[in-house]
Design a protein around this ligand. Structure first.
Ligand code: SF4
Length: 484
């Protein structure tokens, strides 16, 4: 096939299409690789840079799986790359600004390697404004695809190489479920397992429903088979992923099956540890809480984003619960799951947030006793309803509120660590600690980071460690005698 035979129409996203939601079944497609792409990457190297959430990390594992299936080899340096994919996040403005800077930096490598393709993937390409900017200004970017068509990567690379033209293919749609995707997992003992995709919550500040499509749950048997395979490969821990995992199964037409049911079934696979994220307070149900109570494999930690402690702000965020309902769920968790660790997400400086609204957030933080939180200053996202809300809160006040909030959160973090002093805990050993190669790092069932001395042969195993010191953000410990 000659270069001129290939004419590629750019496919650009629109918010109108991205907003659409219809009831009805979702297509479940089995990934199959067209043999004509099998050797496309022979002699070529790829580099994937991942930004943002666990969903992006899981998507990058799929991109790597597909690229290696068509012959590419992994590299860690842009100098030796023939294809660099930036798997991007659109949740906040500064995340996007970093990407524009990174494209500029990477474009210099095209001087020494003119065939180097720089690709943009993930949530940023799902924003119409981003694709316009790429078309007008970012000429170094030769490949753009979104969150709905990762499985078509071989075709896009084929077209890009053959046509020497830019390939821009971004779908704004509700989305399908693609099964049987190859993966190169980042870890050999803990794994991300998608259980659902997309989000229908439409919180007014959030771009995710527009970038990831409608809520669609994978079939239970596909998830259970994936976890069974991981168990057979010696994996110790799975984290079930979804933008709102508590809505798992709500979209099934003729099947009554929820996250709680899935947890009970996954427990039977023999996987030692199960975590799940991200939860939505409105959809957190008793069955899930009872699964956390009764199943030893389900870890006693829940990340439950609250975002604000003011009902007025929660209303304008379209979070669909009040602080009272949120606290009822927190108390139900604490009643059933003794010693559970609860962490959260909080946004300060939402448009027109009053001092009183903010104080109500601080009150809720105290009442809920969070043991950690991701805290952010509100970031306006073009295309979301909140981006049009009047905002009389100055940046200075927003920064002051974030500092104040972090004081409360750090106090909760430390208190949450101190309760484990002198306890012997089961730790899944992740690897060497970031600060000291001679020290190991791992996570306890309550998702506490702990550092301790021990042989590297313990990496990937669950070992007993006695807690000797509690710091604000981590624990220090001593490997128990019989583990040496
Ligand atoms: S639940 Fe809300 S904040 Fe979370 S991904 Fe969905 S829309 Fe965004």
């Amino acid at each position: 096939m000659k270069k001129d035979d290939i004419k590629i129409e750019h496919l650009v996203p629109t918010f109108k299409d991205a907003r659409r939601r219809t009831r009805g079944d979702v297509d479940n497609i089995n990934f199959e690789l067209d043999p004509k792409y099998l050797n496309l990457g022979i002699g070529k190297k790829y580099l994937i840079q991942t930004y943002g959430c666990q969903a992006n990390e899981a998507d990058s594992e799929v991109m790597a799986g597909i690229l290696e299936k068509i012959g590419f080899e992994k590299t860690d340096s842009p100098e030796t790359s023939d294809l660099i994919i930036l798997n991007t996040c659109a949740i906040r403005e500064n995340a996007e600004n970093r990407i524009w800077g990174e494209i500029g930096r990477l474009s210099h490598y095209q001087k020494t390697n003119p065939d180097l393709i720089i690709g943009l993937a993930g949530c940023m390409p799902q924003e119409p404004g981003v694709v316009e900017r790429i078309l007008k200004k970012q000429h170094a970017v030769g490949l753009v695809f979104g969150t709905h068509n990762i499985h078509l990567l071989p075709e896009y690379i084929y077209d890009a190489y053959l046509s020497k033209e830019r390939v821009i293919q971004v779908y704004s749609k509700e989305g399908e479920i693609i099964e049987n995707l190859p993966k190169i997992r980042n870890h050999k003992f803990k794994a991300w397992v998608n259980i659902m995709y997309g989000c229908d919550e439409f919180c007014t500040y959030c771009i995710v429903p527009y970038t990831r499509g409608k809520e669609r749950s994978r079939l239970p048997e596909d998830i259970i088979d994936e976890v069974k395979k991981l168990v057979s490969e010696g994996y110790q821990e799975v984290t079930l992923l979804g933008q709102n995992v508590n809505a798992y199964g709500k979209d099934f037409i003729d099947l009554e099956y929820t996250l709680g049911d899935l947890l009970f079934d996954l427990d039977k696979t023999g996987i030692p540890r199960i975590r799940f994220t991200t939860s939505h307070p409105r959809d957190l149900d008793l069955k899930t809480i009872l699964a956390m109570k009764e199943l030893k494999s389900v870890m006693p930690h829940l990340h439950l984003p609250v975002q604000s402690g003011s009902n007025e702000i929660l209303r304008r965020m379209n979070r669909k619960y009040t602080k009272e309902v949120y606290m009822e769920k927190v108390n139900l968790l604490k009643e059933h799951v003794k010693g559970i660790s609860i962490t959260t997400d909080i946004i300060v400086g939402f448009p027109n947030e009053t001092t009183e609204d903010f104080n109500q957030t601080l009150d809720l933080v105290k009442e809920a006793n969070f043991e950690g939180a991701y805290t952010f200053i509100y970031s306006k996202r073009k295309g979301t309803p909140a981006a049009t809300f009047p905002d009389d809160v100055s940046d200075e006040v927003k920064k002051e509120r974030l500092l104040k909030l972090n004081e409360f959160i750090n106090a909760g973090f430390k208190k949450g660590n101190e309760r484990f002093l002198n306890e012997v805990l089961d730790v899944l050993v992740d690897g060497p600690s970031e600060r000291d190669e001679e020290v190991l790092a791992g996570y306890t069932p309550h998702n506490k980071l702990i550092n301790f001395k021990g042989p590297k042969s313990l990496i990937g195993q669950i070992v007993k460690v006695k807690v000797t010191k509690a710091l604000t953000w981590s624990l220090q410990g001593k490997l128990c005698q019989d583990e040496r």
